[in-house]
Design a protein around this ligand. Structure first.
Ligand SMILES: [Zn+2]
Length: 208
């Protein structure tokens, strides 16, 4: 495979995931980004500024783990460094997905002092069977203050990501969700589970 050209099956998986995220309303305007690990410390990621519902396979570009584009003339997403960080930490992670949903944005804005959302008692937590052995335990979803400076934001995230067990994902305040999995579909299922949890948390808080 020529340098900078993403294998077609990988690009097609990311295009399909982008379409699904768009149908669910998780990537408004040109927000969000999607990536998959390639061999040799490289990844496939959506290029900057493209709508995720209208992705084409040529919008998926190759980037190294320092966030540098290997596809001539194509710029990666501004948030590529946050994807690099996850791949560098956990070799078994094969895909990272990021979206800007209403539940993730609204709930984190409504909790300006909170550093985590504690999720407990939800059956769907089983989506993280590597982290969660019973739906009864409390799982912390870290909330990190948003920052336009990506190296600074990555440094803020590092202690959260490195402590004990990996979190189930994280949310950036007023911004969106990051979640990951062994491959694109596994990451997509977890994104769906996390979006369900945040939307349910909002509904539950309205009722008490
Ligand atoms: Zn974003």
């Amino acid at each position: 495979m020529a340098a900078g050209i993403v294998p077609l099956p990988v690009a097609e998986k990311l295009v399909a995931a982008g379409q699904r995220m768009d149908r669910r309303g998780w990537v408004p305007a040109t927000s969000g980004n999607l990536s998959a690990r390639l061999s040799g410390d490289r990844m496939a990621i959506t290029r900057s500024g493209v709508h995720k519902g209208f992705l084409e396979t040529q919008d998926i570009i190759e980037v190294d783990f320092a966030g540098r584009s290997l596809t001539p003339g194509m710029k990666p997403s501004a948030e590529t460094l946050l994807h690099c960080q996850i791949y560098a930490l956990w070799p078994d992670i094969g895909s990272v997905l990021h979206g800007h949903s209403i539940p993730a944005t609204a709930l984190t804005m409504a909790l300006p002092e909170a550093s985590a959302i504690h999720l407990q008692g939800y059956e769907i937590l089983k989506a993280w069977s590597n982290v969660v052995s019973t739906h009864d335990i409390s799982v912390a979803l870290p909330i990190i203050d948003n920052d336009q400076d990506m190296p600074r934001l990555a440094a803020q995230l590092q202690p959260w990501l490195e402590q004990g067990r990996a979190p189930i994902g994280y949310v950036l305040r007023g911004h969106g969700i990051y979640v990951w999995g062994s491959d694109v579909n596994a990451a997509l299922y977890r994104l769906e589970a996390l979006e369900f949890l945040l939307a349910t948390e909002i509904e539950r808080r309205k009722l008490v």
